[in-house]
Ligand binder design. Sequence first.
Ligand code: F0G
Length: 376
Amino acid sequence: MLMSDRPPMRSGGIISKYGDYLPEIDPAAAVTLGEGQTPLVEARAVSEAVAAGVCVYLKCEGLNPTGSFKDRGMAFAVSRAREAGYRVAMCASTGNTAASAAAYCARAGMRCVVVIPEAAIAAGKLAQAVAHGAVVVAVRGNFDQALAIVRDMVERHRIALLNSLNPDRIEGQKTAAFEVCDQLGGRAPDHLAIPVGNAGNITAYWKGFREYKEQGKVSSMPIMLGFQAAGAAPIVVGHPIERPETVATAIRIGNPASWAKAVAARDESGGLVESVTDEEILDACRLLAAREGVLVEPASAASVAGVLKLARRGYFRERSGASRRQDAVIVCVLTGHGLKDPDAMMRLGSGPLVAEADTASVEATLVAAGTPLDGR
Ligand code: F0G
């Protein structure tokens, strides 16, 4: 088939949708997998658990092409690296950045090297990096050490840095804030809840909200609510954590690169950065999976866990007040898909019941497990 016979098609993605708000780029260098345009879904069970007069929405960033929000920033950063003639790119990662970098580099025809903390990233993410052909180096250390090595390497060699220290990553990721406002019908949420690890994403959202306000696309900006895991909460405690620990391996980070920018987002928005325990994270994960039908990896559930924690303190009741004409809108960013971390997902429920391969045996097993079989 000749090129001209092909049906007209827009390949989508954040550059084609929000290019006017991004630094200029040669369209021929742009790499996309159709990232962005992720669902914003109403969360009835979470809303009910929070407070009357509050409407909670979930921004399902796990539905990006590689299963996490990283694809927005990676599309733009890899495009710009390709435009600048880089042939090799590198990142440190707790897993999702590695998966995304590997996929976008594969598509761009670039070599990708990822440095990960050994035995500390979820199985799905490692599988993605491997399958996309990245060179994976597992170091006997944590993410913060891996990032220090990568920063060193890009100083020594002509290698593009794909961590969120690269401003192009932030540019791409800020489009999520635009999208939230567009999906809400041209308004910003009252609160935006977001997990915080290396603090690139909270920085990007805040930049996006500020720019949309400056452009007159929205009339207000949200209060930013950032949540770290209790065992990896340097911003909350006010000093780096040498040995961060949490079930939410994606945000197991002790010294965030964008620490100051996260604090600025918090303070300029009148928000907060607080911590949630692993137990609260897994409870929120289970609530999302079992009541909302939304599967997320543990780090993502930190946003919902944090909102539920604040709700228990009456935080939203005070703010949403009876005098408001409309329900207060809270958007929880769900950063990564649950399938990234099958081991954590299995721990949310009970494993399979085992039966012989006949109806009577399956029936008996179900009855023994107390499963209602009368269809009501
Ligand atoms: N949620 C998920 C699922 C993540 O993978 C990350 C970060 C975050 C939240 C935190 O975002 O770092 O911008 O504050 N993952 C990085 C990685 C560190 O290497 O994949 P942040």
